[in-house]
Design a protein around this ligand. Structure first.
Ligand code: HEM
Ligand code: HEM
Length: 192
């Protein structure tokens, strides 16, 4: 089912009849199983950055997770779909203004800013992995701009990840809920 894209205001959450009555299932298994290994892989790329094959295989693994997540973003469950959380620039700007005014609505899926962050994170992992692979090919080995692109995209990814974690903490505090726990259990409070 495609989402209406509306925020979950009072009573808008759908009770799914499983687990605690005041909670709804939001993140499916694929979303959760894609997220945490991706986190480990991205962190590991830093610690293995001069470790040759280990680094390369971890990078390929991250690319695989991104590919899986992109497909799932098209065919997956409601809140996993890009159509559910990638919103128009105008709606995103409105949400940003609401955050500044401290009157932003709570979303069950990704909020508009979070949704674009997801796209940027997936894009940065893709670019890092792709330029890393390019760098190991005979054609581009030792080519400076490829090396630079790999470094810049990787550092952009780490920066985005830091911003992402800050956003998760901020949103958790704003709405009095543990979004990290929700990314583990898949469940969130139904009522605002
Ligand atoms: C290190 C790199 C990280 C990357 C590349 C990353 C990537 C992502 C992606 C792609 C999503 C979207 C999930 C989906 O719809 O499939 C996401 C969501 C999320 N991530 Fe991360 N993440 C990272 C680190 C972390 C860390 C360290 C935490 C814990 C503090 C975290 C907590 C979350 C949470 C709670 C969500 C759901 C946000 C929401 O409720 O809208 N992430 N992350
Ligand atoms: C998520 C994906 C990836 C990230 C975040 C990442 C990150 C990094 C970082 C931070 C460096 C050090 C850059 C510097 O300061 O000099 C590096 C170097 C490198 N990466 Fe990646 N990388 C990724 C994937 C890959 C892949 C898939 C390959 C190849 C198949 C690869 C090959 C390399 C090579 C050859 C180097 C240079 C190593 C050296 O100077 O000793 N990377 N990468």
């Amino acid at each position: 089912m495609r989402s209406s894209g509306k925020p979950a205001r009072s009573g808008a959450a759908h009770a799914d009849g499983t687990g605690r009555p005041d909670e709804v299932h939001v993140w499916d298994l694929v979303v959760r199983l894609a997220h945490w290994p991706l986190v480990v892989a991205v962190v590991a790329t830093w610690f293995t950055r001069h470790a040759g094959a280990w680094h390369e295989w971890i990078g390929y693994f991250a690319l695989g997770v991104v590919a899986l997540r992109v497909v799932w973003g098209i065919v997956g469950t409601r809140h996993a779909r890009f159509a559910d959380f990638v919103r128009a620039p105008s709606a995103t700007a409105t949400y940003a203004r609401q955050v500044i005014g401290r009157n932003e609505p709570r979303y069950l899926g990704h909020n508009p800013l979070g949704g674009w962050m997801v796209v940027c994170l997936l894009g940065a992992v893709f670019l890092s992995g792709f330029t890393g692979w390019l760098y190991t090919t005979d054609r581009f080995w030792g080519v400076e701009w490829v090396e630079t692109m790999h470094r810049v995209s990787a550092y952009a990814l780490y920066g985005l990840a830091a911003l992402h974690v800050a956003g998760v903490v901020f949103t958790s505090l704003r709405h009095g809920e543990n979004l990290v726990a929700a990314m583990i259990t898949g469940r969130k409070r139904a009522q605002p």
